[in-house]
Design a protein around this ligand. Structure first.
Ligand SMILES: *[C@@H]1O[C@H](CO)[C@@H](O)[C@H](O)[C@H]1NC(C)=O
Ligand SMILES: *[C@@H]1O[C@H](CO)[C@@H](O)[C@H](O)[C@H]1NC(C)=O
Ligand SMILES: *[C@@H]1O[C@H](CO)[C@@H](O)[C@H](O)[C@H]1NC(C)=O
Ligand SMILES: *[C@@H]1O[C@H](CO)[C@@H](O)[C@H](O)[C@H]1NC(C)=O
Length: 344
C-alpha cells in the first residue's frame, strides 16, 4: 500500500515536471512552443518544459546568460532573445543545443563574441546579431558551420571581418553587413574579394559602406578599385604576437599572428595612402610620351626611307632613259632591271 502511494505520488511529480509551465510564460504543448516574451524577466525561467522546440524570450530584461543556460530544453530549434539587455554571454551559454536552427540576438548590448560560444551549435541556419555593440567577431570558428545560411551583423561597431570566418560558412546566402564602422584599409581586401565571389555565386548582401579612412568614408567597398589596395605588410615577428600564439595553442585555438595586438599595429601601418595614384599616373604619362616619341621617330625614318626609295627609283629610271611613267610600276621596273642584268 505504501509502495503504491509512493509510485502514485512520484508519477504525479513527474507529470507536473513534464507538463509544468513557468509562471510568466504561455506553453502551447501541442506545438512545443513556449512564449515568455514581454514579461520583464531578468533571467531564463526555470522549469521550462523539456520538449520545448521554440522559445520566445524577446522583449525582456535578461542581461546575462550563464553556462548551460538551456540545458533543460535540449530539443530547442528556435530561440528568440531579441530586445534584452544581454552584454555578457558565458562561453558555454548555448552548450547542449544540438538542434538549434534559429538564434535571434538582435537589439542587445553585446560587445564581442567568442568562437567557443558557437562551437556547440552544429545545426545553426540563421544567426541574427544585428543592432548590438559588437566591435569584434572571432577570426575563425575553429570548425565550419556547414548549414548556416543567414548571418546578420548590421548595426554594430565592426571595423573588420576576417575572411577565414566567412569561409567557415560555406552555405551562407544572405549576409547583412550595413551600418558598421568598416575600416576599408588593406585588411578589408579579403572581405572585398570574398564578397565579389559571394555575389557572383548568387549570394545577397546589403553592402559594406566604409566608415574610414577619410578618403573612402561613405563609399561602397565593392566599388573601390583594386589598384588602390596595397597588400598588407606581413607582420614582423615580435614578442607579443608569439606570446599570443603560444597562449592560443595552449587553449587549443590557433590564433593567427595578425590578430589582436599586432593586427592593430598593422592597421595603423597600412592605412590606405592616396599617394600611389599620382605616382602611377606619372609613370603612365611618362610611358605614353616615350612610346609616342619612339613611334614618331620610327614613322619619320620609315617616311624618309620611302621617300629615299622613291627618289632613288625615279633617278635610276631617269638615268637609264626610261619614261618616268614606268617608275609608277616598281615591280615591272625591278623585273626589267633583273632581266637586264641576269644574263650578263
Ligand atoms: C523592447 O522591450 C521593451 C520591454 O522590455 C518594450 O517596451 C519595447 O517596445 C521593445 N522594443 C521593441 C523595438 O520591440
Ligand atoms: C523575435 O522577436 C522579435 C521582437 O523583438 C520579433 O520582431 C521577431 O519576429 C522574432 N523572431 C522570431 C523568429 O521569433
Ligand atoms: C553602444 O556603445 C555606445 C558607446 O560606445 C553607447 O553610447 C551605446 O549606448 C551602446 N549601445 C548599446 C545598444 O549598448
Ligand atoms: C546540416 O544539415 C543537414 C540536413 O539537415 C544535416 O544532415 C547535417 O547533419 C547538418 N550538418 C551539421 C554539421 O549538423
Amino acid at each position: 500500500m505504501k509502495g503504491e502511494l509512493l509510485l502514485f505520488s512520484s508519477v504525479i511529480v513527474l507529470l507536473q515536471v513534464a507538463c509544468s509551465c513557468p509562471d510568466k510564460c504561455r506553453c502551447h504543448s501541442s506545438t512545443n512552443f513556449v512564449d515568455c516574451s514581454r514579461q520583464g524577466l531578468a533571467q531564463i525561467p526555470s522549469h521550462l518544459p523539456p520538449q520545448t522546440r521554440m522559445l520566445h524570450l524577446q522583449d525582456n530584461r535578461i542581461h546575462h546568460l550563464p553556462a548551460f543556460a538551456f540545458r533543460s530544453v535540449p530539443w530547442l530549434m528556435t530561440l528568440n532573445l531579441s530586445n534584452n539587455s544581454l552584454s555578457n554571454l558565458a562561453p558555454a551559454a548555448f552548450h547542449g543545443l544540438q538542434h538549434l536552427k534559429v538564434l535571434k540576438l538582435t537589439q542587445n548590448s553585446l560587445l564581442s563574441l567568442e568562437s567557443r560560444l558557437f562551437h556547440s551549435l552544429p545545426q545553426l541556419r540563421e544567426l541574427d546579431l544585428s543592432s548590438n555593440n559588437i566591435s569584434h567577431l572571432p577570426t575563425s570558428l575553429g570548425k565550419t558551420w556547414e548549414n548556416l545560411t543567414i548571418l546578420a551583423v548590421q548595426q554594430n561597431q565592426l571595423q573588420q571581418l576576417d575572411r577565414a570566418l566567412l569561409e567557415s560558412m560555406p552555405s551562407v546566402r544572405l549576409l547583412f553587413l550595413k551600418d558598421n564602422l568598416w575600416n576599408c584599409n588593406c585588411h578589408l581586401l579579403g572581405l572585398k574579394l570574398w564578397l565579389e565571389k559571394f555575389i557572383y555565386k548568387g549570394g545577397i548582401t546589403d553592402g559594406v559602406i566604409c566608415g574610414s579612412p577619410d578618403i573612402w568614408k561613405g563609399k561602397d567597398l565593392l566599388r573601390i578599385p583594386y589598384e588602390l589596395y596595397q597588400p598588407c605588410p606581413l607582420p614582423a615577428p615580435h614578442p607579443v604576437s608569439s606570446q599570443a600564439q603560444w597562449q592560443g595553442s595552449a587553449h587549443g585555438v590557433v590564433l593567427r599572428p595578425e590578430s589582436h595586438n599586432s593586427g592593430e599595429r598593422d592597421l595603423l601601418e597600412c592605412e590606405l595612402k592616396p599617394k600611389p595614384r599620382p605616382a602611377n599616373l606619372r609613370h603612365a604619362i611618362a610611358t605614353v610620351i616615350i612610346t609616342g616619341v619612339v613611334c614618331g621617330i620610327v614613322c619619320l625614318m620609315m617616311l624618309a626611307a620611302a621617300i629615299y626609295g622613291c627618289t632613288y627609283a625615279a633617278i635610276t629610271a631617269t638615268y637609264r632613259g626610261g619614261p618616268l611613267a614606268q617608275t609608277n610600276e616598281p615591280g615591272k621596273a625591278e623585273a626589267k632591271e633583273r632581266f637586264d642584268s641576269s644574263p650578263a
